[in-house]
Design a binder for this molecule. Structure first.
Ligand code: SF4
Length: 435
């Protein structure tokens, strides 16, 4: 089968999206393309965001390829599935522009994982994949045809069948551990000048994103991973290193590990010590002992983002952090990490009842030791988070609208990066015909 895989040209205007706006490698589409190619399918990978293409140019390129199936992502890359832009206007605009020239249209991403029916409606596509998508996409391509009755055999789909919608099962998790080493086009890597979450130095070469593990054994109340990237799995180290060596050979000097929780893993860190590469991670500092933090710095880590969330044990317990360390212990470990890692950030979340003076004093103390602690940001109750389900139960067809309205109403102040006024979801999506 000929399959096009598309990352649309993201536009975050008036979005509540608080993630990074730079282009990153679309790992999920890369894995899907690799699995498809390994089974003999022909693929076209288009990243309109990274390649600087308009929706029209991307759609024309897909149409010229004449695929039997076109897969479009509803989040910019796996790195941001847990904090995706809630609105679907960008993938919808791409599909409108494609206008039936891409064969059967398939949406993958966090939105349809949680709420498949409204995503099928909002995007007007034929199939929605629920959960981690690469293996399911490969399975779709292996089917004899993509008629609704054939698709019923594949779990984790929402399929339009005339006026009805059939959901074939819950979100799927991939095996992940044996996903092949990804290879990206040279021109993509050359364009990827961004070093994600790096602040110690200007980019000295291309950057890239890599995944060494997926999921997390914790279940923090705000973390939107119930429907994807949930259970912790570690990718075969040889495959990870093979991918990294390929990137280094293409000139990459920095990689960001998109892992939910980059856990201490001596063999990986020792292998990185031997390579000329800097990297960034997100992790929990309470899981790192001083000697492993030293090895992390020696391995080339230049950026740590550590979720502290609340400065009181009661606050962390309310968020289900299951953190055994005291606030002082956490501060000590952050300061220890800062000895060898030039940028260390403690993430704080705005929680009702926080003492602003305590937060200000702690931030000042940490900053005095070279550790950055952000101004606490509010939480978006994503439909795939425990918080959403605690508030409203299982996500229904209005889940995203409900979460969005709650978020806009809850806090008067927003994260520093949101320089435009965030709009209600129906307004954001109305412009593209999603609603
Ligand atoms: S530790 Fe991090 S990745 Fe794991 S559940 Fe908590 S917030 Fe999510």
């Amino acid at each position: 089968m000929r399959v096009a895989l598309v990352n649309p040209p993201w536009d975050y205007r008036n979005s509540i999206y608080f993630g990074c706006r730079e282009p990153h490698l679309p790992l999920e589409l890369g894995y899907a393309a690799a699995l498809l190619a390994a089974s003999g399918h022909e693929t076209l990978l288009v990243d309109a965001h990274l390649e600087g293409l308009s929706a029209e140019a991307a759609a024309d390129r897909v149409a010229a390829f004449a695929p039997a199936m076109t897969v479009v992502a509803t989040a910019p890359t796996y790195l941001f599935w847990r904090c995706a832009p809630p609105e679907l206007r960008v993938p919808r605009q791409f599909l409108d522009t494609l206008a039936g020239r891409g064969g059967t249209t398939v949406a993958v991403g966090p939105h349809g994982s949680a709420t498949p029916r409204p995503v099928l409606d909002k995007l007007g596509c034929a199939i929605v994949v629920r959960g981690e998508c690469e293996e399911v996409v490969a399975r779709l391509a292996a089917l004899p045809d993509l008629r609704p009755e054939t698709l019923r055999a594949v779990p984790g789909l929402a399929v339009r069948d005339g006026e009805a919608v059939a959901v074939t099962g819950p979100p799927q998790a991939g095996r992940f551990t044996d996903l092949p080493a990804l290879r990206w086009p040279d021109q993509w890597i050359a364009r990827h000048r961004h070093h994600h979450h790096r602040f110690d130095a200007a980019p000295d070469g291309p950057g890239a994103e890599v995944e060494a593990s997926r999921g997390c054994p914790y279940t923090c109340s705000f973390c939107a991973k119930i429907d994807f990237r949930d259970a912790y799995r570690r990718r075969d180290l040889n495959l990870v290193l093979d991918e990294i060596d390929g990137l280094i050979a293409q000139g990459v000097t920095y990689v960001y590990f998109v892992d939910e929780i980059f856990l201490p893993q001596k063999p990986l860190l020792e292998a990185l010590v031997a390579r000329d590469l800097r990297f960034g991670i997100q992790t929990r500092i309470d899981l790192w002992k001083p000697d492993m933090l030293d090895l992390l710095g020696a391995a080339g880590c230049v950026s740590i983002e550590a979720g502290i969330e609340s400065l009181t044990e009661a606050g962390r317990a309310a968020l289900d952090k299951r953190c055994r360390a005291s606030t002082d212990d956490l501060a000590e470990r952050l300061i220890h990490a800062r000895r060898t890692v030039p940028f260390v950030q403690a993430n704080l979340i705005a929680v009702a009842g926080d003492d602003p003076d305590l937060v200000a004093a702690w931030r000042d103390r940490l900053r005095g030791q070279g550790v950055w602690a952000n101004d606490p940001v509010p939480l978006y109750p994503y439909p795939s988070s425990p918080d959403y389900r605690r508030l409203w139960g299982e996500p229904d067809d209005r889940a995203w609208e409900r979460a969005h309205a709650h978020y806009l109403g809850q806090f008067a102040q927003f994260s520093d990066i949101q320089d435009e006024r965030p709009l209600p979801l129906p307004e954001l999506e109305a412009a593209c015909g999603c609603c």
